[in-house]
Write a new protein. Structure first.
Length: 71
């Protein structure tokens, strides 16, 4: 389906995009850092969304998995 936009739609879209960029500059950095857990939690979320079993669930098991798959 082809959606046609009027010039007013483009102006509104541009304004919203600009406002979003301004809002994002006021955000602060997270107060926490997951460190080695970041790739693990991303992997868990990704595999759950794909309805696939987990390949690892801790930073240590991730390291072992990566060592075994790189051989």
């Amino acid at each position: 389906m082809l959606t046609l936009y009027t010039l007013s739609d483009k102006a509104t879209s541009d304004l919203l995009h600009k406002e979003l960029e301004i809002w994002e500059t006021g955000l602060m950095e997270p107060l926490w850092d997951e460190g080695g857990w970041m790739p693990v939690t991303f992997h868990i979320q990704q595999r759950l969304m794909q309805n696939k079993p987990l390949l690892y669930n801790t930073p240590g098991s991730r390291k072992k998995y990566l060592e075994n798959t790189s051989k």
